[in-house]
Structure formats: structure tokens, C-alpha cells
Design a protein around this ligand. Structure first.
Ligand code: ADP
Ligand code: MG
Length: 626
């Protein structure tokens, strides 16, 4: 394998820790399954049954809240909806086996999540939290005010189970264990797919996620539905177990609060954290109810626990234990210090991954990007004020202009990081100004940021693999962390020389390294046009050389570039044509030689003494290509 030839990754993955964790999980699972057989203590069986319900709810919640970062306080509503679905159907059809209604409880929860998602997922942050709370109260009010269906405040009594009282709890207990296993499997699977990396990308930086082809509404909607369906089924089992349900109990906000608390205590971004959290929080809840008088004491315990977690264990118990263990293991070992960028790979190996077409220089170059009269004002400031430019297919086009002349804003308008006030954008002849960021990415637009915007909590490999070059349901379900997707990402990392860092968090990288990874990320889209915002800004000279080498190489295989850069030798040596932006408007366009002689440009931007100096450096590579 070629791994031996690479510079060693700074930290080996902690496989032994993973196995310790798996061992503990296995022992816990076996104990859980055997408990009702070994002990007939109904008090503890009851406690475990409640804990299982919260574990399912919290594990479901970890998809929309832990992965996608949308904090929902309406999760308890799906327990209630499941309970009421089973309750209503069971009382209306007394001759049908109650268990047969359980799948319908999941259908109800999923459908309601779908409808709620259309409204709620347009909002972010605190607005989303408030909408989910409002939703919870709304379903409660509906349940109270539809007595013909739900029994209103008087509640509903479900049929009493008919099986042997000695094992009365077993069917509930084992069904919930089964649902929890399914929920964990679902959560685990989603985390490994392109959908999962997309969701984490959304959590880290939603705007950026859209520009690398992630279809935001669809992915968030899938996450929301996936986080509620099995919770609905569990709610159905819970309702049947209780044998009596009423709106006050089933749509109590404390169910949501307890679910959220379980998620936060255990660790919201982990697979097992929500389960651990539920088995900590629910027993505490029972103790508070039975031994400490419930009511206010319970609120005090919940509130206190929440404050403690936020203050001391913001990542949750499980991640805290993990980092404690791995810290004691790796103490004294060097981290990233001294790590270097690996040797760059050759482009030849990428021709299978990227659609690289060797360009015939004799063929006329049609326009790939046409920007016409683009406008954007921030309040009274016209940042982009009628800019027009053309990027010919196959070119490396430059865009220069003084600080604040609107170059970055122009890029933001082209990839819809922000919305334009007016103007037209065409990519390969097609108008794209009405399209979303991800639709533009799918049509072949890629873009890097002046201040890099990698997903900081994701690894380097995950950052690259997160890019989605097209939308398909099949692609969302594809495994991202291994297999062909990961191999493609690894080859791109090899090309930019960052493969040795594949398992590092993006936040641990230097600025120059981040620029390289962001380039690999954009290449994963296999774009036709790549917008680079100051690719040479703030990085060391060796890296600048490597950067222009890569741009030239990718270009020779047919990739088109539009580059904003302040490093004049870099721009004038690499780009043709060059556009000059001044106060949001295109001041001049032409070859590097023409630009350097344009009196208006020299006056406004380059400065009198600049031309000579830059021309010396710029001449050299141009001569070489002639
Ligand atoms: P450049 O990249 O050419 O240096 P920018 O496009 O970043 O310039 O900025 C152009 C002008 O627009 C500047 O005056 C900047 O302060 C302003 N600007 C950019 N983004 C915003 C924003 N989000 N809100 C308000 N003003 C902004
Ligand atoms: Mg800028």
C-alpha cells in the first residue's frame, strides 16, 4: 500500500478506545435484554420502559438537533401524536389487535413532521426553537378541543392488555428495545451517508453548505422526518402501556425538555450519548417524582442539570469521557506541530474522477460566464453597481480592483451566497440568477472564499466528501466515510497535497492548508467554472507557487477560472483576460498588457511606480507559453 510512503498522520485513530466503547455497549445491551427475565421488580421495569421511550426520542432528536443543528423543543409532540394515533384507533376498533396500529403511529408522526417542516425549517436558530414550542402547544390545544376524536381533557382509556399478568410488561419492554435498536441503526446509518455529512455541513455553516451543492430544504426535511417516525411508534407503545392518555400528559412540554436534556447530558453529536442521557435523566425524574415530591423539585433538578451541563460539559458526558481517555493516552505526544503538507499528487490519477478535457487552443472560446449589470446595495452603499463581465470558456480570467471595490460581493452574488438586487447571470448560456446556490453548484459552479469557510468540526476528508455534485436520492443514501466517495475525496486531497491530514479536524489546520482543502472540496463538485477569492492571500511563497501551478494544470485540462487576487505578479502572470473593478463597476477589461497601460486603471489602482515592476515579473511566464 502507498500509505507507508506518506508522511505519518499526526495522531493515529484510537481503535482500542473504540473497542472498549463497543464492549461496554454490548454488555449494556445484553443486560437490558435479560433484565425482565432476571428480575420481576416492576418498579425498575417501569423505569426502564420510560427510559427506553426517552432514549428513542433523544436518539431521533440527535438527527435534526445533533447532526443538523436545528434545536427542536417539539420532540415530545411526536410521542403524544403516536400515543393518540394508537389511542383513537384502538378505542374505535375494539376488536382489532392494538399492536397492529403501531406502524400507523409512525406514519402520523412522519406526516406531521413533514407538514411542520415546510413551515419551521425556513426559520433558523431561536425562531426555529420557538416555532417547535408553539407547535407543541398547538397540538395540545387541538387535542383538548376535539373531544369527539380525542376525548378532550377527559382523556382516552385504551384497552387493558389481555396477556398473562406475570409477564405483563414484557411485550412493551421488548418492543421498545426493538424500536430503540432500529432508531440507533437509522441514526448510525444516516451519519455515515452523504446525507449525514450534508447535515453536519448545514449545522456548521448553512450558507456555505448550499454553495457546495447541498440541497438544504430536502436534506433538512429528511432529517426532520427521520427524527420523528420511530418516536411516533414509541409513543404508540407508550400510550398503550399507560392505558390512559390525556392532552396534558401526552403533550406536556416536560416530555420535550426531558428528551432535550437526555440528548445534551449524553452528548448530542454521538450515537450512544442520547441513550446514556435518557438512562441518567429518566431515573432522576422518577426519583424526583416518587421520593422528592415531584413538581418544583423536579424542575429544580432539570434546571440545575441543564446549567451544570452547559457550564461544565457542553459536549455531554460521553464526549467528555472520550476526550479524557484519549488525552491521557496521547499526553506528551506531538500534535500537529511540525506537520507538513504532503507531496502533491499528479493530476493524471484524477482524470477518472474529474471530467478533465484537454483543450484545443485553436478552437474559439465561447463565453462560459456572462454577468450583466449586476447590482447589490447594503443600505446606502452600492457594493456592486452595475458590474458586467465575461469569462471565456477555458480561460483563467482575473478580477482585480482596490479593497472594497466589490470583488468578494460580486462572487457572493454569482454563487448566491447573498441575493442580488438586480442583473443577469448566465452560465454556459443558461440564466442562473433565479437558481439556488446548490442548483448553481450542480450546473458546474464552484467557489472558494477569501476567508476560508471549511466546516470546522468536520475532518478534512469529511469536508471534501460533503460536496454534492448533483442531486439524487440515491446519492444521499450513499456511504460517505468509505468506499468510492471517500476514495475520490482522498485522491483530490492527494492532488492538493493534504492527504496526510485527512483525519484532522479542519479547525486544526493552518490558513494555507485550509485554502488547499477548500480547493479540493470545490474540485469534488467537478465544476466547469471555479471562482477563487484571493487564493494567494496570506499564504507562504512556496504555497503560492504550488497554487498557480495547480491552477495552470487544471486549466490545461479544461477547467475555467475566475480569480480575485491582490498579488499582481500572480494575476498578471496567470490571467488573461483581466477585468478591473472600481466602486462596484467594471472599469476596464483586456489582456494583462493592456490593463497595465490603461491610464484610468493605473491612476485608480496600480499606481505610477507599479507598472514597471509588475511587468518584469509578468513577462516571464507569458513569454514561456508563447
Ligand atoms: P473587495 O472584496 O473588493 O475588497 P467587498 O466586496 O468585500 O470588497 O466589499 C465591497 C463593499 O461592500 C465594502 O465597502 C464592504 O464594506 C461592503 N460590504 C461587503 N459585504 C457587506 C455586508 N454584508 N454588509 C454591509 N456591507 C458590506
Ligand atoms: Mg474581498
Amino acid at each position: 500500500m502507498s500509505r507507508a510512503a506518506e508522511p505519518a498522520p499526526p495522531e493515529p485513530p484510537a481503535y482500542d478506545l473504540i473497542w472498549v466503547g463497543r464492549g461496554i455497549a454490548l454488555v449494556a445491551a445484553v443486560l437490558l435484554v435479560l433484565y425482565p427475565i432476571l428480575s420481576d421488580d416492576l418498579y425498575y421495569q417501569n423505569m426502564i420502559i420510560f427510559s427506553l421511550v426517552f432514549a428513542i426520542a433523544a436518539s431521533g432528536l440527535s438527527i435534526i438537533t445533533g447532526l443538523a443543528g436545528y434545536v427542536s423543543l417539539g420532540q415530545g409532540a411526536f410521542i403524544g401524536l403516536g400515543g393518540y394515533t394508537v389511542g383513537v384507533l384502538a378505542t374505535r376498533h375494539p376488536d382489532t389487535n392494538v399492536w397492529l396500529w403501531m406502524p400507523l403511529a409512525g406514519v402520523t408522526a412522519g406526516l406531521v413532521a413533514l407538514i411542520l417542516g415546510f413551515v419551521a425549517l425556513r426559520a433558523r436558530g431561536p425562531s426555529f426553537v420557538i416555532i417547535t414550542v408553539a407547535f407543541l402547544f398547538l397540538v395540545q390545544v387541538i387535542a383538548i378541543n376535539l373531544p369527539s376524536l380525542t376525548g378532550g381533557t377527559a382523556g382516552l382509556s385504551l384497552p387493558i392488555p389481555t396477556w398473562d399478568p406475570d409477564i405483563a410488561n414484557w411485550p412493551f419492554y421488548y418492543t421498545l428495545v426493538g424500536i430503540l435498536a432500529l432508531q440507533l441503526l437509522l441514526t448510525w446509518w444516516i451519519r455515515r451517508t452523504k446525507l449525514g455529512t450534508g447535515l453536519v455541513a448545514i449545522r456548521e455553516d448553512e450558507t456555505k453548505a448550499a454553495t457546495i451543492g447541498i440541497n438544504l430544504p430536502v436534506e433538512k426535511m429528511i432529517a426532520f422526518v427521520a427524527s420523528s417516525v420511530l418516536v411516533g411508534v414509541a409513543g404508540g407503545v407508550y400510550g398503550y402501556y399507560l392505558t390512559f392518555i390525556d392532552p396534558r400528559g401526552m403533550f406536556n412540554i416536560l416530555l420535550s425538555v426531558e428528551t432535550m436534556l437526555a440528548l445534551l447530558v449524553g452528548g448530542k453529536a454521538t450515537l450512544w450519548g442520547p441513550v446514556l442521557g435518557a438512562f441518567i435523566v429518566e431515573p432522576l425524574n422518577e426519583i424526583a417524582n416518587n421520593d422528592l415530591g415531584g413538581g418544583n423539585t423536579k424542575l429544580l433538578i432539570f434546571g440545575g442539570l441543564l446549567v451544570l451541563i452547559v457550564l461544565f460539559l457542553p459536549q455531554g458526558v460521553l464526549p467528555a469521557i472520550e476526550s479524557l481517555l484519549s488525552w491521557s493516552r496521547t499526553r506528551g505526544k506531538a500534535g500537529l506541530v511540525g506537520a507538513r503538507i504532503g507531496t502533491a499528487g499528479s493530476l493524471a490519477s484524477l482524470t477518472g474522477r474529474l471530467s478533465l478535457v484537454e483543450r484545443d487552443p485553436a478552437v474559439e472560446r465561447p463565453p462560459l460566464l456572462e454577468v450583466t449589470d449586476l447590482r447589490k446595495a447594503f443600505g446606502g452603499l452600492k457594493a456592486v453597481d452595475g458590474a458586467s463581465l465575461v469569462v471565456p470558456e477555458g480561460s483563467i480570467t482575473g478580477l482585480i480592483g482596490p479593497n472594497g471595490s466589490g470583488k468578494t460581493t460580486l462572487f457572493n452574488l454569482i454563487d448566491r451566497t447573498i441575493h442580488a438586487d438586480g442583473g443577469e447571470i448566465r452560465l454556459a448560456g443558461e440564466r442562473i440568477d433565479g437558481l439556488s446556490s446548490w442548483a448553481r453548484a450542480h450546473r458546474g459552479l464552484g467557489r472558494t472564499y477569501q476567508i476560508t469557510r471549511l466546516f470546522r468540526e468536520m475532518t478534512v476528508l469529511e469536508n471534501v466528501v460533503a460536496a454534492q455534485r448533483s442531486f439524487s436520492w440515491g446519492q444521499l443514501g450513499r456511504i460517505a466515510v468509505s468506499g468510492p466517495e471517500a476514495r475520490a475525496a482522498e485522491e483530490l486531497l492527494e492532488y492538493v497535497g493534504m492527504r496526510a491530514f485527512r483525519d484532522q479536524k479542519a479547525s486544526a489546520l493552518s490558513y494555507g492548508q485550509q485554502k488547499l482543502v477548500e480547493l479540493a472540496q470545490v474540485l469534488m463538485l467537478d465544476p466547469r467554472l471555479i471562482l477563487l477569492d484571493e487564493p494567494a492571500g496570506g499564504i507562504n511563497p512556496v504555497l503560492i507557487g504550488r497554487m498557480s501551478e495547480m491552477i495552470r494544470e487544471l486549466n490545461s485540462y479544461g477547467k475555467t477560472f475566475l480569480i480575485v487576487e491582490h498579488n499582481m505578479p500572480f494575476v498578471l502572470g496567470l490571467c488573461d483576460p483581466v477585468h478591473v473593478l472600481g466602486r462596484g463597476r467594471t472599469m476596464a477589461s483586456g489582456t494583462p498588457a493592456e490593463i497595465q497601460q490603461d491610464p484610468a486603471v493605473v491612476d485608480a489602482y496600480l499606481g505610477d511606480d507599479f507598472v514597471l515592476e509588475a511587468a518584469d515579473v509578468a513577462d516571464e511566464p507569458q513569454e514561456a507559453t508563447k
